[in-house]
Design a protein around this ligand. Structure first.
Ligand code: URA
Length: 240
């Protein structure tokens, strides 16, 4: 694809178009090894090698990041009082249009995808796609084995909403692993509340076939390849 140099730089970095222009004029940008000071230079996004301060800018139409969301940040692009997940993005990963694909509550931790691909997020969140999400819930007391049946049959929430059948497995102690394919407001907490339990901690560990990367620490972010990002639409691997 042919693109103006200043537009290309602002689309691939956190720089505005104006700041990209300034960086070009101030000789921070090279094209195919030679400094380039003309903001309107047309480059081929697939063939030309562009660097900013020596850092190669590989053209990516969309970006996908895995965040291990910590407690205490909200799944929003901006908020007047709370810290948002976007504020956790390192400067090198910032660019226009990134948002969280889906929501985790402020006190929920775990796998959250940040992207600028609206169609991807829409497909992932569409109820028609039935993308499964797995959570590990810590409860206020040891769950009874009957939660497995209750989740399988479909739980009715206190407001009368009926949840689609899900899966629940007791993990020992006060913990249970649950898998659901919907995204109602506070759904897991409300499902457990309907069964008489309070969720004291909640962590999302899987979306479709994509698992939370256990080498990440809370608050860490890493880029996903397009193949990894696409795993959310795949089934998780089976044990056998
Ligand atoms: N269910 C909840 O109750 N909270 C979340 O953050 C995600 C699922």
């Amino acid at each position: 694809m042919k693109e103006r140099l200043d537009k290309f730089i602002s689309s691939q970095t956190a720089l505005s178009r104006r700041d990209a222009g300034k960086a070009i004029r101030d000789k921070h940008v090279s094209v195919n090894g030679a400094p380039c000071r003309a903001v309107d230079t047309k480059i081929d996004t697939d063939a030309d090698a562009v660097t900013l301060d020596g850092r190669p800018l590989t053209y990516r139409r969309y970006v996908y990041y895995m965040l291990y969301k910590p407690e205490g940040v909200v799944s929003a692009t901006e908020d007047r009082t709370e810290k948002t997940v976007l504020e956790l993005l390192p400067a090198a990963y910032r660019r226009d249009g990134i948002f969280p694909a889906g929501r985790l509550d402020k006190d929920t931790t775990g796998l959250l995808i940040l992207t600028d691909d609206g169609d991807y997020a829409h497909r992932m969140l569409s109820p028609k796609k039935h993308v499964e999400k797995t959570y590990v819930a810590t409860l206020d007391r040891e769950p009874d084995a009957s939660i497995t049946d209750a989740f399988r049959k479909g739980i009715t929430l206190s407001d009368g909403a009926v949840c689609k059948p899900g899966q629940a497995v007791c993990l020992g102690g006060c913990r249970a692993e649950v898998t659901i394919s919907e995204g109602k407001y506070h759904q897991v907490k409300r499902m457990f509340a309907a069964l008489g339990y309070k969720v004291t901690a909640l962590e999302r560990v899987r979306i479709g076939g994509l698992f939370l990367d256990r080498s990440l620490k809370k608050g860490d972010i890493r880029p996903l390849t397009e193949e990894e990002a696409a795993l959310v639409f795949a089934d998780p691997p089976t044990d056998n």
